[in-house]
Design a protein around this ligand. Structure first.
Ligand code: SF4
Length: 93
């Protein structure tokens, strides 16, 4: 199994988010519904377990408009539009 690259931070681009909640279903320990529109609420940024780490990657992969951005410790930023997040999900999941 590949080693999991460290994640420095993540954020949601609310300008493109469609509010249709795929990410909330994929990452229930990190994201929750917001009563109003504007994208899901980040309820935790703690990626202290492998399960939460994978939840974030799967949410980023599942987002239909690639609104979830993940910055890795090397400074690179990825979202669901490229192959990197997908390949990590497949390798580490
Ligand atoms: S999956 Fe993407 S578009 Fe859907 S609510 Fe989450 S961030 Fe927004």
């Amino acid at each position: 199994m590949a080693s999991a690259p460290e994640i420095a931070r993540f954020w949601i681009d609310t300008d493109v988010c469609l509010d249709q909640r795929s990410c909330v279903i994929e990452a229930p320990d990190l994201l929750d519904d917001r009563p109003q529109s504007g994208g899901p609420e980040i309820i935790s940024r703690d990626l202290d377990t492998h399960a939460k780490y994978l939840q974030l990657l799967n949410a980023a992969w599942a987002c239909p408009v690639s609104a979830i951005n993940v910055e890795f410790a090397d400074g690179s930023v990825h979202n669901g539009s490229g192959d990197y997040i997908k390949s990590l999900c497949e390798e580490l999941g």
